[in-house]
Design a protein around this ligand. Sequence first.
Ligand SMILES: CC(C)=CCC/C(C)=C/CC/C(C)=C/CC/C(C)=C/CC/C(C)=C/CC/C(C)=C/CC/C(C)=C/COP(=O)(O)OP(=O)(O)O
Ligand SMILES: O=P(O)(O)OC[C@@H](O)CO
Ligand SMILES: [Mg+2]
Length: 227
Amino acid sequence: MYDIHKWNHVFKLDPNKEISDDSLEKVCESGTDAIVVGGTDGVTLDNVLQILARVRRHSVPCVLEISNTESLTPGFDYYFIPSVLNSQDKKWFMDLHHQAVKEYGDIMNWDEIFMEGYCMVNPESKAFQYTHSTSLKDEDVIAYAQMTEKMFRFPFFYLEYSGTYGDPKLVERVKQKLDQTLLIYGGGIYKAKQAKEMAQFADIVVVGNAIYEDLSNALKTVKAVKN
Ligand SMILES: CC(C)=CCC/C(C)=C/CC/C(C)=C/CC/C(C)=C/CC/C(C)=C/CC/C(C)=C/CC/C(C)=C/COP(=O)(O)OP(=O)(O)O
Ligand SMILES: O=P(O)(O)OC[C@@H](O)CO
Ligand SMILES: [Mg+2]
């Protein structure tokens, strides 16, 4: 068992994007705490199994952030399950989950499963649009963070700026409201300085697109968070 409380940096690999063996090795051996496999669209059983097998050549923990039921497979260390709090469609909050538990409930290892209360805060992002999310004011985000911890008791609250760098002041305000639930920040981290800034407040910083667009700077975010 890995201790997620000790994690502060993860790389998110999109199964729908190509990465060479050489780049993948650099990502996996970077000193990051875990590889999270996840994406919004084009996530299939085939590309999830392929990336899992390739990451498994390395010893880094590997987590599946579930995007859809079709691509669910055993073999990951943990499963992170998004529940989109600001979606207008309850499907993304709990209905897909309900269906999946009906189907797999008896064979699930609940110790491997971690719920993420998600707030989609970048209206331009694919993830925001795909999940029919609504725009939020800072006070809404803070209330959702409190609900995540005090009402739902989820282990994670995910502030998702996917594709754009967010507001550190909001990240700080959200963190101030959380005691038990870990705060994940993701979105637009391309530089060590940005990773460091968000890591002052977020428990875990996620670096995604930068892996594919500027690997050398993406790798520098690990040290920036860890020092
Ligand atoms: C074989 C087997 C069954 C084994 C394991 C058992 C197990 C773990 C069962 C789990 C059961 C369960 C409860 C499953 C949940 C089912 C489910 C489909 C839930 C829905 C999850 C959800 C809300 C997905 C929505 C999409 C989403 C929020 C994705 C998150 C990733 C994200 C925001 C990526 C960022 O976007 P990206 O794609 O990178 O964007 P760009 O391309 O623009 O960069
Ligand atoms: O791709 P970026 O913008 O780094 O975002 C990371 C992650 O939060 C996406 O789910
Ligand atoms: Mg991405």
